[in-house]
Design a protein around this ligand. Structure first.
Ligand code: HEM
Length: 382
């Protein structure tokens, strides 16, 4: 178990001055940013699909407002290597806007992120990261079709219409080699500034969501990207959980009780121990009569990486409205235990959990980045 004082860069991120922080944050605002178009409307900048890592995780720096996730199973007889290489090639032409299957729609800041499920990774090498299925947790009501899966396609864009068209093109490319299992659309609200170079949207419970995470290059190298073995280097582990939320019951709470659930102020995102939105929470701070300012069952405390003893996860969740209001929780981390240990600790007394019912769950090895010379999936299935 890592201890709190083993997280110097997290402390540094949350407590650092603006200049040092801005210098440490990963390149932002260029790819995927919005710029005034020639007609005065906002135009989005393309995000390159190629590089050491796939797009759609840390790039664009501010996640696009619309998401469509499609999870499928790969047919037993299908050759996985050629399938992934074809999908990668289709992603290149679709994001470049040169693919006739776009029907003339501009892809804008479209990103497509591809992952493979534990069954496929085990077929390559059972000792690789990404071979473990998630265990069951409390408050799950998951149809067998919405648990697990062999193939993740995470599509994000400023234009929601583009997502349906691109998903259809990719599924068509896969043909009868892939059977769709479940899909989910999601939306993110307007961004709230957290720190120079970092914003986060409000979630469907009204709270700013996505403040804490591996936001600097050093933190991403330590906690986000897989650094080996070679076939997975540059990849990461994705966890998806569709969590329906009891909005009426949460909304019926007084604002102070809602804030106690999270351990942060609803309007500003400031920890209940004080400071600013970017301040490191003081988990030991107490009222004069000895009560924790951040309650013992607050989500912030239960999920705090140093308390759990894990690295940071990059949370990139989207609000959902169908089949019911809630959240498509998406996290990226280089160790599945970052997620499982955190949720286990939440299961044992997080005030947020009674408002949730999880109705879909899956985890994937997000493939390393690709380019023209190195087809998608080649390091694993080549
Ligand atoms: C409906 C479900 C959930 C909602 C609405 C939610 C919302 C939030 C909010 C508002 C914050 C505080 C602001 C921030 O740091 O972004 C937060 C923090 C966090 N959440 Fe969640 N969350 C949910 C589920 C989960 C799950 C399933 C996990 C992982 C198992 C998780 C892990 C975390 C972590 C690691 C933090 C940062 C804690 C810290 O160090 O301060 N959350 N979440």
């Amino acid at each position: 178990m890592r201890r709190a004082d083993h997280h110097p860069s997290r402390r540094a991120f949350l407590g650092a001055g603006a200049t040092a922080l801005a210098a440490g944050l990963t390149a932002g605002c260029e790819p995927g940013s919005t710029q005034p178009g020639r007609d005065g409307t906002e135009a989005t900048t393309p995000v390159s699909p190629t590089g050491p890592h796939q797009a759609g995780i840390t790039l664009p720096h501010e996640a696009q407002p619309n998401l469509l996730v499609v999870v499928g199973d790969v047919d037993d007889g299908a050759a996985v290597g050629p399938l992934l290489a074809e999908l990668g090639e289709a992603i290149r032409t679709l994001t470049a806007g040169t693919d006739t299957r776009l029907l003339g729609l501009p892809p804008g800041d479209l990103t497509v992120t591809i992952g493979v499920g534990p069954r496929l990774v085990r077929m390559v090498d059972p000792s690789l990261p990404g071979t473990t299925d998630l265990p069951q947790f409390s408050r799950e009501q998951i149809d067998p079709r919405a648990r697990g899966g062999d193939l993740l396609m995470q599509l994000c864009a400023g234009d929601a219409v583009v997502l349906s068209v691109v998903a259809a093109a990719l599924l068509n490319q896969a043909g009868d080699r892939v059977r769709e299992r479940w899909r989910q659309s999601g939306r993110r609200g307007p961004a709230t500034p957290v720190n120079p170079g970092l914003t986060a949207p409000r979630n469907v419970l009204g709270f700013i969501d996505g403040i804490v995470g591996p936001h600097t290059t050093a933190q991403q190298e330590r906690d986000l990207w897989l650094t080996g073995p070679t076939p997975v280097t540059g990849g990461t582990i994705a966890v998806l959980r569709r969590m329906e939320l009891d909005l009426p019951r949460f909304a019926a709470l007084p604002a102070a009780a809602q804030e106690a659930v999270f351990g942060r102020r609803r309007d500003t995102g400031t920890p209940l121990s004080g400071g600013t939105i970017a301040s490191d929470p003081d988990l030991g701070a107490k009222t004069p009569d000895g009560r924790y300012l951040i309650p013992a069952d607050a989500h912030l405390r239960r999920a705090h990486s140093a308390v759990v003893g894990v690295g940071l996860m990059l949370r990139r969740s989207y609000g959902i409205d169908d089949p019911a209001p809630g959240l498509l929780f998406i996290s990226f981390q280089n160790d599945i235990r970052t997620f499982t240990n955190t949720l286990t600790r939440m299961d044992n007394g997080d005030a947020l959990l009674p408002f949730t019912t999880t109705t879909a769950s899956a985890n994937f090895l997000v493939l390393p980045g690709f380019d023209e010379q190195r087809p998608l999936g080649a390091t694993l299935f080549g």
